[in-house]
Design a protein around this ligand. Structure first.
Ligand SMILES: [Zn+2]
Length: 133
């Protein structure tokens, strides 16, 4: 069986105060994470306060854009277009919820290596997603 990836209409993300730089970088093909200057931990989604030590000394770092599929599911009944939602563990150690794109969705497996790519929402905002490496 094969389920070919198809682009689907993506909702525009809500860009909250503090998220601007994240989406500006995404428009340039970069995925930003937050790293704590106090304890050194990396986190995602971006927050103004470190979730590990509560320090407000957090700054942006650029992710390498590589990771491994931790878990996934292919939806076939949620809408007209099937898609693969997944947790990807980035090589920086954080896990993010995302989509696996540009592949036979039936070939996706836990443990596969993936690389960063982007898809655009309805208003052209770049959304980080992953393709099989
Ligand atoms: Zn910290």
């Amino acid at each position: 069986m094969a389920t070919a990836y198809q682009d689907r209409k993506l909702a525009d993300p809500a860009i909250n105060v503090g998220d601007e730089r994240y989406f500006e970088a995404a428009a340039e093909g970069k995925l930003l994470l937050k790293k704590c200057d106090e304890c050194g931990e990396v986190h995602h989604f971006p927050r103004g306060v470190c979730p590990f030590c509560l320090s407000s000394k957090v700054d942006w770092i650029e992710a390498k854009g590589t990771g491994t599929i931790y878990s996934y599911s292919v939806t076939r009944r949620a809408g007209p277009t099937p898609y693969c939602i997944a947790y990807v563990k980035l090589d920086e150690g954080v896990t993010m919820m995302t989509n696996i794109v540009d592949c036979d969705l039936d070939s996706v497996r836990i443990g596969q290596k993936v690389r960063l790519t982007f898809k655009q929402s309805a208003n052209g905002t770049a959304i980080p997603m992953f393709a099989l490496a």
